[in-house]
Design a protein around this ligand. Structure first.
Ligand SMILES: C[S@@+](CC[C@H](N)C(=O)[O-])C[C@H]1O[C@@H](n2cnc3c(N)ncnc32)[C@H](O)[C@@H]1O
Length: 212
C-alpha cells in the first residue's frame, strides 16, 4: 500500500461495483495469485485512454486480461489493442474472458515474448502500457518510445513498490524501499529526452509519460 489506509479505504468505498465479468477475473487473480492490476490503476488507464481518444494501444503483460479489459473498453469499435503474454495458461484465460466481454474484434492477443514481438509492431501507437517484469523495462523503453506518436502516452506499472519477481531474480529481499533497479528506471523515465513523465501514487505506482 503506497497511500494511507484511510485513503485506500475511502478510494475503495468510492469504486463502482465491478461488473460480473471483472469481479470474476479479480477473484481468479486472488485465488491463483496472479498479479493483476490494482482496480484504481485500471480506472486511471481507462480514463487516460478514453480522454485521449486512443485508437491503437500496445500492452506488455496481458496476464489474465484485467488491464486489457480496462483499456479495450476505452477503445472505439474499430480500435486495436496488441497485448503480449508469455504464459500459455494466462494467455488462454485472457482470451476466454475477453471473448466473453465481446471485445475480441479489437484485440490482438499474442502468446509471445514482447522483446521479440515489439519490433514487429508498426507505429504510430497512441498508448503503451508496460506491465511485464520491471527489470525488463529498461530495454523495452527503447523499443516502445519510438512507436508512440507525439503526444502519445506511456504508462508503466509498479514504479513505487518493489517488484517481488524482479527482486527474487536479483536476489534482493522484498522491502519497503524501492530497489536500486527500480529507482534507476524511474530516473530514466523522468529524465528521458523524448518523454515528459510524472509518477502517480495509485495502486503500486504508475509512471505516466507523454511523448514530446
Ligand atoms: C503483473 S502481470 C500483468 C498483469 C496484467 N497487466 C493485469 O492487469 O492483470 C505480468 C505478466 O507479464 C508477463 N510477462 C513478463 N515478461 C514478459 C515478456 N517479456 N513478454 C510478454 N509477457 C511477459 C508475465 O507472464 C505476467 O503474466
Amino acid at each position: 500500500m503506497i497511500v494511507r489506509d484511510s485513503v485506500r479505504t475511502y478510494l475503495d468505498a468510492t469504486r463502482p461495483q465491478p461488473d460480473v465479468l471483472l469481479a470474476e477475473m479479480e477473484a481468479h487473480g486472488a485465488r491463483d495469485r496472479v498479479p493483476i492490476l490494482d482496480p484504481h490503476s485500471g480506472a486511471l488507464l481507462h480514463v487516460v485512454a478514453r480522454a485521449m481518444g486512443a485508437r491503437r494501444i500496445v500492452e506488455v503483460g496481458t496476464a489474465i486480461g484485467v488491464s486489457t479489459l480496462h483499456l479495450a473498453r476505452a477503445l472505439p469499435d474499430d480500435g486495436e489493442l496488441i497485448s503480449f503474454e508469455l504464459d500459455r495458461e494466462r494467455h488462454a484465460a485472457a482470451l476466454s474472458y475477453l471473448t466473453r466481454a465481446r471485445l475480441r474484434a479489437r484485440l490482438d492477443l499474442r502468446l509471445q515474448d514482447a522483446h521479440e514481438g515489439l519490433p514487429q509492431v508498426e507505429g504510430p501507437v497512441d498508448l503503451v502500457f508496460l506491465d511485464g517484469i520491471a527489470t525488463q523495462y529498461d530495454a523495452m523503453l527503447e523499443q516502445v518510445v519510438p512507436l508512440l506518436r507525439p503526444g502519445g502516452v506511456l504508462v508503466v506499472d509498479n514504479v513505487l513498490v518493489d517488484d517481488p519477481i524482479a527482486n527474487e531474480r536479483a536476489g534482493v529481499a522484498r522491502g519497503e524501499e524501492r530497489s536500486a533497479a527500480g529507482l534507476d528506471l524511474n530516473a530514466r523515465l523522468l529524465e528521458h529526452p523524448e518523454l515528459v513523465t510524472t509518477l502517480v501514487p495509485v495502486g503500486e505506482g504508475l509512471a505516466v509519460a507523454a511523448r514530446r
